[in-house]
Every structure is written in C-alpha cells, then in structure tokens.
Write a protein that binds this ligand. Structure first.
Ligand SMILES: C[S@@+](CC[C@H](N)C(=O)[O-])C[C@H]1O[C@@H](n2cnc3c(N)ncnc32)[C@H](O)[C@@H]1O
Length: 232
C-alpha cells in the first residue's frame, strides 16, 4: 500500500508503466462554479450546495490520458466519476485512446431534496468506464451487467463527521465496481482519494491500494480509515 499527500499530476509520473490493474477515481467535477450557495433551512442543517475550494480548480482530462494509459496493465480497467459538464471532455480525451468508452449511472436513492420543487433532483451520477481488448470482467450473470446501480449516498456511521467531505462516496457502490473490474491481489489506484473510500473498499476486498490526495486534512483522515480497515 502506498498513500501520498501530493498533487496526483506529479505523483502519476513516478508510477511504472503497466503497473495498475484498476484506476477507480472521483476527480473534482468543477461544478462549484455553478453553485447558488447553501440554502438555510429553519430548524435543520442547511442544504449544502457549496463544495470546497478543491472543486474550483479546472480539471482537464487531457492532462491525464497519457499517464492513465501508460500505467494501466493491458487487461486493466478505468472508472472515473464525473458530471454532465465534463463528460464530453473525458470522451474527447479518452475515447480515441481506448478500445471501449461506456458510461455507468449511479442512482442515489436518497438524493439532496429540492425543497421548492423547481427542478429534477440530482439523483444520478455518471461514471466513465474504459478498457482495452484484453480487459478482465468478473460478471457472473446478466443482471449484474446493467450500466446502472442503485444505493443511498454515504450516510450514518460510514459518513465521516470530522473532517466532513462533501463528496464521500458509498462503499457499497465502490465495492460493486471494484468486484466487477478487478481481482483479489490486484493493484487499485485512486489519484483523487478524498477521505479514502476507494482505499477502504480495496482493503475490504483484498486488493493492493495506491492513493493520492492533495489536501492534508482529507489525506490524514484517509490514511487513518484505510489503515484501520487493513488491521481489521
Ligand atoms: C470528489 S473528491 C473525492 C472524494 C472521494 N471519492 C471520497 O469518497 O472521499 C476529489 C478529491 O480530489 C482532491 N484533489 C483535487 N485536486 C487534486 C490533485 N491535483 N491531486 C490530488 N488530489 C486532488 C480534492 O482535495 C478532493 O478531496
């Protein structure tokens, strides 16, 4: 296991060619720029529309395509969480370089409410899926093969309170993707690990894990969570 607290663009350069079985990552969506701010609710905690400073720095998929391609094993897979405003750029950068580009939908069964009923709930998130001709999949039956998965957003005991990460992803979804796209003993890499959810799923499923996070507070929380899971 290797966890590092630096900019992933710098760190990726140090990873050897064809060393990673699965890249499972959740980079900033750059949607904070569209936020209308938090909505205060009487007697309840505010509806949190604001993400962090980290979501304001532009992510450019073209900055990642060469290194993701270089470090991935020929039979490896890539899953990248993204949003409506960036999916086109991921497609433009990655589709010409991989045999297959598909998208997968996560449907959140308990999305953030829209109290004024003035639009659809943001109950779906997109995940870009990429692979080459020799890729491995662990599907056992047809109904596991839908490019769709339903589960709640991360909550209860699983949700960290301190630090609180606005986009902590649920382990149930990460385990589903990781089980399909990798095997025990494989190496999973998350360059944008936040509070380490991919690392926790990797340890639970007996994968090696390499994780990178630029924010020192999120990094510290990730390291603690992943190490505690490893000890268990
Ligand atoms: C959407 S969040 C990931 C949340 C994660 N899936 C979880 O469950 O905790 C994206 C993370 O990427 C980090 N980040 C942004 N730019 C980065 C960079 N250049 N290198 C490494 N981490 C970065 C942010 O600090 C943020 O925690």
């Amino acid at each position: 296991m290797n966890l590092v607290n630096i900019d992933c663009l710098e760190y990726i350069k140090t990873l050897p060619d064809q060393s990673i079985d699965l890249i499972l990552t959740d980079p900033p969506y750059n949607i904070a720029q569209y936020s209308t701010g938090n909505i205060p609710l009487p007697g309840r905690s505010a509806v949190n529309n604001d993400l962090g400073e980290w979501d304001l720095k532009e992510i450019n998929p073209f900055d990642f395509v060469d290194d993701f391609k270089r470090i991935l094993k020929p039979d490896g897979n890539i899953f990248i969480f993204t949003s409506y405003n960036l999916i086109g750029k991921w497609h433009e950068a990655f589709d010409p370089e991989f045999d297959t580009f598909q998208y997968f939908i996560w449907h959140k069964t308990n999305p953030m409410p829209k109290i004024f009923k003035n639009g659809f709930l943001n109950s779906c998130e997109m995940i870009v899926c990429l692979w080459n001709k020799k890729h491995k999949w662990n599907f056992s039956k047809q109904n596991e093969m839908h490019n769709y998965f339903e589960c709640p957003i991360c909550m209860g005991k699983e949700r960290l309170k301190n630090p609180k990460h606005p986009s902590q992803k649920p382990l149930k979804l990460l385990r589903h993707l990781m089980t399909i796209g990798s095997n025990e003993g494989d190496t999973v890499f998350d360059p944008f690990m936040g509070v380490g959810s991919t690392g926790v799923a990797a340890k639970e499923l007996n994968r090696n894990f390499i994780g990178c996070e630029i924010d020192p507070i999120f990094f510290e929380a990730a390291e603690k969570r992943i190490r505690e899971t490893e000890i268990k």
